[in-house]
Write a protein that binds this ligand. Structure first.
Ligand code: T5A
Length: 227
């Protein structure tokens, strides 16, 4: 594991939640805001972030592992995560750069574990391997009714369905996504020091401000940066 003692101020922030709740939008906005304050930060995503992990992403999201079941998919996500952590997350933190990730290990807990039914012991074991000691410092769980979130990404889904390229998990029905929403809320309840749940059904500017206010409360040194 790389040493983070030389760069204590660099934080590892993750964004989690169901499909279409606005994670990518807020990850991009946070990066801009940090950079405006001369804070070095990188944006990444899961599955993905490195060429190897992006290849695993394409394989899973095209549905090529679907028949193998959620247990095998959890292993694939963990393999991608291990590469992502070792090649991108850990080196950037060690160099003092904040890392902002669009999804991370809570997505495996929620999708494959709590919603997909994969045994918790397997999920925990894979987590120990893949995180390699790099727990996020803070996780924003963006929460909203999945029916409303689906309306946001609706046109994209219809196009994907027509082209038969629909994302593996967007194809699940609404009751599945309601269970997924509850899974993220349960993860936040059991990790109150790390997770902050924010209502995502508000406009982009308002949500960005709520995220920033949360960060400033937790890391007061950010309060001196320009808005
Ligand atoms: N997965 C992933 C697992 O099963 N296990 C794992 O371990 C991991 C890591 C990844 C898939 O893989 C699964 C989960 C996923 O199914 P993805 O593309 O990363 O896929 O994830 P999605 O959640 O599907 O990404 P989306 O792009 O659909 O959702 P976002 O990022 O939450 O939403 P965003 O920001 O792209 O916004 C969606 C739309 O809404 C608008 C945007 O402009 C955009 O059009 N929007 C808003 N509209 C109104 N108000 C707001 N506040 C808005 N914010 C954004």
């Amino acid at each position: 594991m790389l040493d983070r003692t030389a760069s204590r101020a660099a934080r590892f922030i993750t964004f989690e939640g169901g499909e279409g709740v606005g994670k990518s939008t807020q990850v991009k906005r946070l990066l801009v805001r940090l950079n405006r304050g001369n804070i070095e930060a990188v944006r990444t995503r899961e599955p993905g972030g490195t060429p190897t992990a992006e290849a695993v992403r394409a394989f899973i999201l095209q549905g090529r592992s679907e028949a193998w079941g959620p247990g095998a998919e959890a292993v694939l996500f963990a393999a991608a995560r291990l590469n992502h952590v070792n090649e991108l997350v850990a080196p950037n933190l060690a160099h003092g750069r904040w890392v902002i990730s669009d999804r991370f290990h809570d997505s495996t807990r929620a999708y494959q574990g709590l919603t997909g039914g994969v045994d918790e012991k397997l999920i925990r074991g894979l987590e120990t391997l893949a995180l390699n000691g790099h727990q996020p410092d803070l996780t924003f769980v963006l929460d909203m009714d999945p029916a409303v979130a689906f309306a946001r990404v609706g046109s994209r889904q219809i196009e994907a369905a027509l082209a038969e390229t629909g994302d593996r998990f967007e194809k699940e029905d609404l009751s599945w996504h309601a269970r997924l929403r509850q899974a993220f809320l349960d993860i936040a309840t059991t990790n109150p020091d790390r997770c902050v749940v924010l209502p995502a059904n508000q406009n982009e500017d308002a949500l960005e401000q709520e995220i920033w206010d949360t960060l400033v409360r937790r890391y007061p040194e950010l309060g001196t940066l320009p808005n």
